[in-house]
Design a protein around this ligand. Structure first.
Ligand code: KQY
Length: 365
């Protein structure tokens, strides 16, 4: 399929919200030894649980490298909703390296293929090289036979944006204005890209995302829409938690914002789990065990907001924490038409993200 020189908005496309009907979910299969401990076996078990949970609600396509194709196929066998394809990659973060799908509301689907630089390129990016990841969106678009819009010179990850489907986009300045993404562009110029490629009108900039999030504060780990006019924000009342000021600054912005339709936002507060750390004794060879300046193990950016909405379901990470129950109950209240399924999230968290980060929804056109 062809690459378009025009832009999605000019062609009548917009990004629908995650709760819009979906054709399938995309993800990738973990194997990278410097991201996933113990030969990636614990991560693969965690992915199997997530993929099988998603497949209860609809089709899932899992991209695996040539060397992992048979292993992934065997571990995921027996479910007609799951297909494994060979898809070269540098790691699993389909939300960020995969396409952002847009629709025109008249039966057409297209893919936005953002420039991907592994969360910062040579200025703090998380792994070299990212060439294979940077081809994932193109390959997905070709497999689905959809037109593809590229953004040469403009870097963006899917996890750094959330939309309400009615013209409003949520993001963080910590990520989108980070000098390792698009240092040649002003905030206004970045907004132009978002308007042109996603057909949004109002962009709400939260100052920061979660503390110690490897992505420079992706919005999808911190705050999301649950329906137009309503957002869900990570929350802690613990003043000693480094997330305390981040949550409050975000709330201030949200409380004074109006969405694209002029509505005030209702802000729901999602408790964060108790601090999670990568512990050598518990997590074996897990990465991210470098002690901080106080000799403490490094804090992981655990968040229940990193859930995925599928047709009729909410797939949310659990952390074996007393807050798991409150998180499940809150989501059940916010999504009364969906079944909330909690899947163990710690193993994916050790790799630097969670369920939303490793998936990408393909909306029905
Ligand atoms: O979206 C994400 N959370 C990506 C994190 C990448 C971590 C690499 N170790």
């Amino acid at each position: 399929m062809s690459v378009r020189a025009s832009k999605p908005r000019a062609d009548g496309f917009f990004m629908p919200p995650e709760w819009a009907p979906q054709t399938q979910i995309w993800t990738l299969w973990p194997e990278r030894p410097d991201s996933w401990r113990d030969g990636a076996l614990p991560a693969q078990a965690a992915f199997v649980a997530v993929i099988r949970a998603i497949a209860r609600f609809g089709p899932v396509t899992v991209g695996a490298s040539q060397t992992q194709f048979q292993n992934a196929s065997q571990q995921l066998a027996g479910d007609a909703n799951i297909r494994v394809i060979e898809l070269s990659n540098d790691d699993v973060w389909m939300r960020d390296c995969g396409p952002t799908f847009v629709i025109d509301g008249k039966g057409q689907l297209a893919a936005v293929d953002w420039e991907f630089n592994a969360w910062g390129g040579h200025e703090g990016g998380l792994y070299p090289s990212w060439d294979l990841d940077n081809q994932v969106a193109q390959k997905v678009a070709q497999l689905e036979r959809v037109r593809r819009y590229t953004t040469p010179g403009f870097v963006l990850e899917g996890g750094s944006i959330h939309v309400d489907g009615e013209g409003t986009l949520l993001t963080t300045a910590e990520c989108l204005l980070h000098p390792n993404r698009n240092p040649h562009l002003s905030q206004a110029e970045i907004e132009h890209y978002l308007r042109d490629y996603l057909a949004v009108d109002t962009i709400i900039w939260l100052p920061e995302g979660m503390y110690n999030d490897e992505t420079n504060g992706h919005i999808d780990n911190f705050c999301c829409f649950v329906r137009p006019g309503e957002v869900l924000l990570c929350w802690t009342d613990d003043e000693t938690d480094p997330n305390y000021s981040r949550c409050r600054s975000a709330l201030e912005v949200l409380e004074r914002s109006r969405d694209a339709r002029g509505r005030e936002l209702v802000v729901h507060r999602m408790p964060i789990p108790a601090p999670q750390y990568a512990i050598l004794e518990r997590d074996g060879g897990a990465l991210g065990q470098v002690p901080d300046e106080n000799g403490q193990p490094e804090r992981l950016a655990a968040s229940y907001v990193n859930f995925l909405i599928v047709n009729g379901g909410i797939i949310v990470p659990g952390f074996d924490d007393p807050q798991d129950r409150s998180a499940r109950e809150l989501l059940a209240t916010l999504f009364p038409e969906h079944e909330v399924v909690m899947v163990p999230g710690r193993e994916i968290l050790l790799g630097g993200g969670n369920i939303h980060c490793v998936t990408q929804q393909q909306p029905s056109p």
